[in-house]
Design a protein around this ligand. Structure first.
Ligand code: ZN
Length: 245
């Protein structure tokens, strides 16, 4: 199984979680909130092959993030995994929306070709999509996307992917129908741990089970399809000078 969005560094025992993931998953994208956290995660995760730190600048940490923009740009030159970055337009993020957009425009422009990128777009999927379009960066993965079926279509039309967690496919969730109807070649699993729970393996299993049923595939086929999606979800466009007009 693959976890495309997990805050390993926010668990009470990050190294213990990394050890568990090393045994149980194929790959885990260990997202971070700030470049300084990414550097710390790199030091702690060097021994782990399956859990890879991702370079982040979280929209709800925009003030600190702004001070670390240059650090982000330097680290982005060699970072294969980017996240969590994005824009938050929820009541929590609205007061800093303009600062977030500025940060996002700067960090997105520094992403290299071939990177896996997981983005936050709560209450601001249009702004996030627009920011990517302006910088010509894609495809990326929109994490925990709950903007609705129509919005999902718009995001998918730009070539992007969506990552799905166990809460979105829980029996009482109103997002189940949207998830089940997504094109199977654009879906990735995530736990968003520890925010949505502290049992990453069980959380992933329930996402894989739901997707397998929705797609009418057995567990081996489901895993293979997800593996292919993950391998393909890499930025092909970037703001290379040759592309700018
Ligand atoms: Zn997150």
């Amino acid at each position: 199984m693959i976890d495309t969005h997990c805050h390993v560094d926010l668990f009470p025992d990050p190294v213990g979680v990394a050890r568990l993931l090393e045994r149980e998953v194929e790959a885990c994208v260990a997202v971070t909130m700030l470049p300084s956290h990414f550097e710390m995660a790199q030091r702690h995760l060097t021994a782990f092959r399956r859990t890879t730190p991702a370079l982040g600048l979280h929209p709800l940490r925009s003030r600190e993030g702004h001070r670390e923009i240059q650090r982000f740009k330097n680290l982005a030159r060699s970072a294969e995994f980017i996240g969590e970055i994005g824009i938050d337009g929820s009541p929590q993020g609205r007061p800093t929306l303009e600062a977030q957009k500025d940060n996002f425009a700067e960090v997105v422009a520094s992403i290299q070709r071939g990177a896996f990128v997981t983005v936050h777009s709560r209450g601001a999927w249009r702004e996030t999509l627009e920011g990517l379009k302006v910088a010509r960066v894609g495809p990326v993965c929109f994490h925990y996307f709950i903007g609705g079926a129509e919005a999902a279509k718009t995001v998918l039309a730009d070539g992007h992917y969506l990552s799905i967690n166990h809460r979105m496919v829980a029996s009482e969730s109103r997002h189940r129908a949207m998830v089940a109807a997504l094109p199977r070649d654009r879906v990735l699993p995530e736990t968003d741990g520890p925010f949505l729970g502290a049992a990453p393996i069980r959380q992933l299993e329930s996402v894989y089970r739901f997707l397998g049923q929705a797609w009418n595939l057995d567990s081996l086929e489901t895993r293979e399809l997800i593996r292919q999606n993950f391998a393909r979800c890499r930025t092909t466009n970037t703001t290379l000078p040759s592309q700018s007009t």
